[in-house]
Write a protein that binds this ligand. Structure first.
Ligand code: SF4
Length: 246
């Protein structure tokens, strides 16, 4: 099922994707579709070399979200969705009880960048969290060997249908692909040619997906990428250009 990325009742060119129901029913349909997808993720064992969160310590740190990053931001009606490469490894997941850590520098940088769009994402674990965006990963399960361990192409291919369905359910206006592998995962799943990553980041218009969502490539905002590929100042400029699409 598709949900349109425009406003309900607007003159959206993709309005044909709207089911003929009031907004409350659309939200309910999204929830039902999302819960079904989560239940499929929980039992999925497709990837050799990855561990499903449901299979770590008998699932005690797993959740009712599609993946660990969605525990931070999981608004199914968000206008902004961010997809990263993968969340982390089993050791980190266990050590931090399956959740993002307050004060993590990459997360802090991401909060700042999103804040430039007027969207206030609260810190992970804060007492009164704001749930104003949707965060997910192109690979939903956990690798071994440390946070910087390699990710295999097969894992992106295997998990692609989960990613596509999340985009179709949330139907954000703007989809930010954080890092080249996340961007290529989206390109493969939605069958468009990604071209060079740098050119994709510089694109002023992004790529419009069949449901009206516009996908953009952005550099990962971790320190290593800031130092080697795109300074935080340049990344701020990149993110500011998204405001007109929200
Ligand atoms: S990463 Fe995705 S496809 Fe692979 S086992 Fe996990 S849920 Fe299944």
């Amino acid at each position: 099922m598709y949900f349109c990325a425009g406003r309900a009742g607007s003159e959206c060119e993709f309005q044909m994707y709207y089911p003929p129901f009031p907004l409350i029913d659309i939200e309910m349909q999204k929830l039902v579709a999302y819960e079904q997808l989560v239940s499929e993720r929980i039992i999925c064992r497709r990837c050799v070399g990855l561990t499903n969160p449901s299979n770590v310590d008998d699932g005690r740190f797993d959740s009712t979200e599609i993946g660990p990053w969605s525990k931070w931001q999981s608004n199914l009606n968000a206008s902004l969705m961010v997809v990263g490469q993968d969340w982390g490894d089993v050791r980190y997941f266990t050590k931090h009880a399956g959740a993002d850590v307050p004060g993590n520098p990459t997360n802090m940088a991401l909060r700042e960048l999103i804040g430039l769009l007027g969207i206030n994402v609260s810190e992970p674990g804060c007492v009164n969290p704001s749930n104003v965006a949707f965060f997910t990963n192109a690979v939903l399960c956990l690798k071994g060997g440390g946070l910087q361990a390699d990710v295999e192409n097969d894992w992106f291919a295997n998990c692609g249908s989960f990613l596509r369905q999340q985009v179709e359910i949330v139907a954000p206006r703007v989809l930010v692909c954080l890092g080249e592998k996340a961007y290529r995962g989206i390109a493969k799943e939605f069958a468009f040619a990604p071209g060079s990553f740098r050119k994709a980041v510089d694109s002023p218009i992004g790529v419009r997906l069949p449901n009206g969502t516009i996908a953009f490539a952005r550099y990962h905002c971790g320190k290593r990428v800031q130092n080697k590929h795109r300074t935080l100042d340049r990344q701020r400029e990149d993110w500011r250009r998204l405001a007109q699409f929200l």
